[in-house]
Write a protein that binds this ligand. Structure first.
Ligand code: SF4
Length: 451
């Protein structure tokens, strides 16, 4: 009983939403552009955040887990353990764990993602020297509101900057995927985009709390113009491959063993589902839930319930409108100069699922947008779809089961790629075969258009 009380206290008092002002916020490196621009957004608001080195601590992550956990849980656990051990070694007696807060967001629903931060707490507590490193999170339940981790007057504005920074990171990713396969000089795109990322980070941090988004959009436009110059116009367009799947695995190059580069090596042009898609999906799902609560309150004649639901309804409507407005504004700056792929609208993904009666947003999880996203790729004439996910991931397994027969029927090459950190000997062969099929499909499609 005493032990239960102890764990309860550790999981509520040392994992929570508390003011992080003045602390070093440790951010796991998920998407290379996304994690760094989020960190810069925190820094713009006075929080000394930093991205931790990633994947170097995987052995530690595996050592302190049983093997039943989701792979992203092991990778991020390894990242925090490795970072803290290195930091302790570097600072020696000056290492003070209370200076650090570990940032591990969560989502509600049937998935285990909501438990990562609790599980990481239990492991950190095995090291007496790391017990005072608190863990904080933003949660999908309130659409990743930051109102509990920074003063209220800053929180709303920070959230807006973080959203715009996320969309900018999506656009930067899409610029890389559009330019790199056609670059004149091998390696030039990566070198240029590294520098562009640093410029954008500096601009966000210098912008501080001024909300001068125009300065970010101008820099983004300038980056796109310069990136376009790297394209060799004589190189023919390649088969387009759409990626869907679990958000961490599809955006963390080390965990997916640099899948995008590998597809490019074998002749493809890739578009991965965006980070913004997830945040838009969360806001959209919260609005759907609120509508359901409103209907229940209406049926019961619950006046207070109706009032509460109506207020939330309005809040989420405003939030979604804001997100769509900012997303369109950001993409428009890039689209003026380069034909990157636009992002999918969540409402249109839901319509696709409803029309085909394949899945339903009421079931929830990332499977909803992944299945909808794959159908959208097919509709947009992509030549292949890849589902990327951690081994045993529940929503992605559902995706695979639903998508495989449909894409087979539509004759669109489809590949499942699951990861758990091990190197599978036939992986390379599977990707090469898939790319051969995608190339065949592209040629047939073009032939049909000519006939
Ligand atoms: S989405 Fe997959 S990897 Fe993520 S918590 Fe759920 S089951 Fe685990």
């Amino acid at each position: 009983m005493q032990q239960q009380e102890f764990f309860k206290e550790r999981l509520t008092k040392s994992v929570g939403q508390f003011d992080i002002t003045g602390k070093t916020l440790l951010v796991p490196d998920m998407s290379p552009f996304g994690a760094r621009l989020l960190t810069s957004s925190f820094r713009a608001y006075g929080v000394p955040a930093r991205v931790m080195p990633t994947y170097t601590g995987l052995a530690l992550g595996k050592e302190y887990t049983s093997g039943k956990e989701c792979f992203p849980c092991q990778v991020t656990l390894g990242d925090i353990l490795y970072f803290l051990q290195q930091e302790k070694q570097r600072l020696g007696a000056d290492f003070y764990p209370g200076d650090y807060v570990y940032f591990m967001p969560e989502a509600d629903g049937p998935c285990r993602f909501g438990m990562y931060n609790k599980m990481h707490r239990l492991v950190l507590d095995k090291f007496p020297e790391f017990e005072d490193v608190n863990i904080t999170y933003l949660s999908s339940t309130d659409a990743y509101s930051s109102s509990m981790i920074m003063p209220p007057e800053k929180s709303r504005l920070f959230r807006r900057l973080a959203y715009v920074a996320t969309i900018i990171s999506d656009v930067l990713d899409r610029v890389v995927w559009r330019v790199r396969p056609y670059e004149r000089v091998p390696g030039e795109t990566d070198a240029f985009m590294d520098q562009a990322l640093q410029e954008m980070q500096t601009r966000i941090e210098q912008m501080g709390e001024t909300r001068n988004f125009k300065t970010l959009f101008s820099l983004l436009e300038d980056i796109v113009v310069r990136a376009k110059e790297l394209i060799d116009p004589d190189k023919p367009r390649r088969p387009r491959i759409g990626i869907i799947g679990e958000i961490y695995l599809r955006t963390h190059p080390q965990s997916n063993q640099h899948l995008i580069r590998e597809i490019e090596t074998y002749g493809g042009e890739v578009v991965d589902a965006s980070l913004g898609e997830w945040f838009n999906f969360v806001a959209y799902s919260n609005l759907r839930d609120t509508k359901r609560l409103w209907r229940i309150a209406w049926k019961k004649g619950d006046v207070n319930g109706l009032f509460q639901a109506s207020r939330k309804w309005l809040d989420y409507q405003i939030e979604i409108k804001y997100q769509m407005w900012r997303q369109d504004q950001t993409y428009a700056r890039a689209l003026k100069h380069l034909d990157i792929e636009e992002d999918h609208r969540i409402a249109s993904l839901e319509k696709k699922l409803d029309n085909d009666r394949l899945f339903n947003f009421d079931i929830g999880t990332e499977a909803a947008i992944s299945i909808g996203g794959a159908l959208a790729y097919v509709h947009e004439n992509y030549d292949g779809v890849v589902n990327v996910f951690p081994f045993t991931c529940m929503p992605s397994t559902i995706c695979s089961a639903i998508l495989k027969p449909i894409l087979l029927e539509k004759k669109v090459p489809f590949l499942d790629t699951s990861y758990d950190g091990s190197i599978q000997p036939n992986r390379d062969l599977a990707i090469r075969t898939f790319m051969y099929q995608a190339q065949q499909r592209k040629e047939k499609r073009e032939q049909k258009n000519r006939d």
